[in-house]
Write a protein of this length. Structure first.
Length: 274
């Protein structure tokens, strides 16, 4: 009898080998189902990265992207602050990985800074992110009442020492705010176009604000820009940056990478304020 060749043996072994089902590693299988934990986690991550959460901030002429405001933190409660803060840092790292560093304002309620445990957690998140100084700014909302003022200042000073920039959102023009801006040397102050339309800010408050910003090299931001007249008002205040629907509505973090500064002024500011 002629001995069987090695090739024959290999073919027979392959033919008799039990069938093994092959699946795509990134897609659902019939056995796992479409609602497997792995797939749900991947869908949640994709959805988070596509969320329309980032409001672009431009210089007054609209020719340059000056930063981003992370909107979800504006309405966050205590249980959401750290998770959303981490999402904001993750977005900054994402842009940084594309060699497009974008200064980002992460809003936070002043009452959060009165809690040492929250300040510890925020500090750890920022330090572990290893982001360059100047990319992360705290947008302080709703200054605390007198009994909590000391705790707030201690928490704010701790975060300032690790390199965070400071912005005051929702400026009201009170003497307490002016003194606080001067003492802590805030990097930015945000007014709203609605305030300017309704003349809600006293002339002396605007003069004091301009002096403090000039003294500490701070910038004035005007939010809620929706009319051409809002741009005119921002120009009369010598505002450095503007944001709102007229400039550009909120976008996803991937869409933000597509903003081309060289074409922005032509596309959005075909009508310039005089």
């Amino acid at each position: 009898m002629i001995p069987k060749s090695r090739l024959y043996t290999l073919v027979q072994g392959w033919k008799n080998k039990p069938f093994q089902e092959v699946h795509d590693t990134s897609g659902p299988t019939l056995r796992d189902g479409f609602n497997s934990p792995v797939n749900l986690e991947a869908d949640a991550l994709w959805s988070k990265r596509q969320s329309i959460s980032y409001e672009p901030i431009f210089n007054l002429s609209g020719s340059r992207l000056g930063g981003v405001l992370f909107n979800p933190l504006l309405q966050a409660d205590d249980s959401q602050v750290l998770r959303l803060f981490m999402d904001g840092l993750d977005a900054i790292q994402y842009w940084q990985s594309f060699s497009k560093p974008i200064p980002t304002i992460l809003p936070i309620a002043a009452k959060t800074l009165c809690q040492p445990t929250q300040v510890d957690a925020i500090s750890d998140l920022v330090l572990n992110s290893r982001l360059p100084v100047g990319l992360v700014a705290l947008g302080i909302m709703n200054l605390p009442s007198a009994p909590f003022w000391h705790d707030y200042q201690v928490g704010l000073a701790r975060l300032r020492r690790i390199g965070l920039m400071l912005h005051l959102l929702h400026f009201s023009g009170s003497p307490q705010e002016i003194a606080h801006l001067d003492e802590m040397r805030f990097n930015g102050v945000h007014l709203s176009a609605q305030q300017l339309r309704a003349n809600q800010l006293a002339h002396q408050s605007i003069v004091d604000l301009a002096e403090v910003c000039k003294k500490h090299f701070g910038a004035i931001y005007i939010g809620g820009i929706s009319l051409v007249s809002d741009l005119t008002a921002a120009q009369s205040l010598s505002a450095s940056y503007c944001y709102g629907g007229l400039m550009m509505p909120p976008v996803s973090r991937h869409q933000l990478l597509q903003i081309n500064d060289s074409r922005l002024a032509k596309a959005i500011f075909s009508v310039k304020p005089q």
